[in-house]
Design a binder for this molecule. Structure first.
Ligand code: NAD
Ligand code: MG
Length: 387
């Protein structure tokens, strides 16, 4: 049995991971963590027969401890860290949202524990440091993001043919709910409209990132670190059907593609079971005759500016992607609370990057400070852009 710890167990990825474990053989969940929704986390622990959980929000942790006297509740980020180090897990699934996932990724890798990584923000904020840490401890990072899981499966066998075989990587984007809209139309869209994603059902933050196309910007950075390819060889293409998840162009012009119905349980199972392959009977099979047509278009980065801003921050390098990520989190939060317009998300990020620029990236502690400072600057920009 592979022992798995699930961080962010109450979220969209966390719940689907529990479903994958329940419906496949060979995995055992040994630890859970969540943020505020402690009732659900305690319910999950009881159902799975787990005696110890971590609740990141201290108030919620205290409530959980009172309501669950038979179990042990670790509190705060220190509790999440203790949960990881004491779990005896073979694999940590990091399904926390946002840069709050960075420290847990670092702790797991430092312990030499493999990480199934849904938390793309870890790689965006600290890609070089995170990859170097994995290299140093020998722990593996298995991508859960559907595009990256697809690319990993395509690249793995090709890498055996030696360096230089892989020419380009292509990440597909659904285009989100506002594909084809003008900038003027985007200014008035509401959080409810932005939360209605056409092909994927996900947590609120990544759903807004999908609507702005920032999600693809974060994924280009994620792919750059995971697969060690320069940014100019990583493409994004809009593919509204979300059937092709990733493509690899080889040195002879051949293109390999990974296809499947959009269902996150497939990449989650890939990462949890790696290097084995688990049967997933509950996942819909692709019927191309029914899909009938697969279409593609260039992303419109003049309307969806977040993608262009992310690429600029990626090329600037150093601390810029960490600033980009932190400012995006603050701006998305403000948009969801109705404090800024949809189009102001990109403005807040740009203003924050302009003010903070790119510094050299040295160590994790400094990165946490960059993240904190960028949030402060972005909060100021939110006030300036307020409705
Ligand atoms: P979600 O909002 O549904 O769940 C987030 C989870 O993180 C919850 O369990 C919550 O308790 C926990 N959490 C939130 N803040 C935390 C904090 N400060 N400290 C500790 N835990 C905290 O999010 P999601 O959609 O499941 O996404 C999780 C991650 O996976 C994100 O990085 C997202 O980009 C990535 N991802 C998600 C999908 C998807 O289909 N949902 C697809 C690809 C990648
Ligand atoms: Mg993705």
């Amino acid at each position: 049995m592979k022992r798995v710890a699930i961080l962010g167990s109450t979220g969209s990825i966390g719940e689907q991971a529990i479903d994958v474990v329940a419906h496949t053989d060979g995995l055992e969940i040994v630890a859970l963590s969540a943020h505020e929704r402690w009732e659900r986390a305690v319910e999950q622990a009881r159902a799975l027969g787990i005696g110890r959980i971590a609740i990141a929000d201290p108030g919620a942790a205290a409530s959980a401890a009172r309501a669950w006297p038979d179990g042990e509740v670790l509190a705060g980020m220190a509790g999440v860290i203790e949960l990881i180090t004491g779990s005896g897990a073979d694999l940590v699934l990091n399904a926390i949202v946002g840069s709050a996932g960075l420290v847990p990724t670092v702790v797991a890798l430092s312990e030499g524990i493999d990480v199934a990584l849904a938390n793309k923000e870890s790689l965006v904020a600290g890609g070089e440091l995170v990859m170097a840490l994995a290299e140093a401890t020998g722990a593996r990072i298995l991508p859960v993001d559907s595009e990256h899981a697809a690319l990993a499966q395509l690249i793995g066998p090709e890498r055996a043919n030696g360096p230089g075989t892989i020419e380009r990587l292509t990440i597909t984007a659904s285009g989100g709910p506002f594909r084809g809209r003008t900038r003027e139309e985007l200014a008035a869209v509401t959080p409810d409209q932005a939360l209605a994603h056409p092909t994927w059902s996900m947590g609120a933050k990544i759903t807004i990132d999908s609507a702005t196309l920032m999600n693809k910007g974060l994924e280009v950075i994620e792919a750059h670190h995971l697969f060690e390819l320069p940014y100019e060889r990583i493409d994004v293409i809009v593919h509204p059907q979300s059937i092709i998840h990733g493509m690899v162009t080889l040195c002879d012009g051949a293109v390999l593609a990974h296809l499947g119905c959009p269902d996150m349980r497939v990449p989650i199972a890939y990462a949890l079971h790696h290097p084995e392959r688990a049967a997933l009977a509950q996942v819909a099979r692709l019927d191309l005759a029914t899909v009938a047509s697969l279409t593609f278009e260039e992303p419109d980065t003049r309307v969806f500016r977040a993608l262009a801003i992310a690429r600029e921050a990626a090329l600037a390098g150093g601390t810029a992607p960490c600033v980009l990520n932190a400012a995006n989190e603050v701006a998305v939060h403000a948009f969801l609370e109705g404090r800024i317009a949809f189009t102001a998300i990109a403005e807040v990020i740009e203003a924050t990057l302009d003010e903070l620029g790119a510094e050299a990236l040295r160590e994790f502690e400094a990165l946490l400070e960059v993240d904190r400072h960028a949030r402060e600057v972005a909060a100021g920009a939110v006030k300036g852009a307020g409705l």
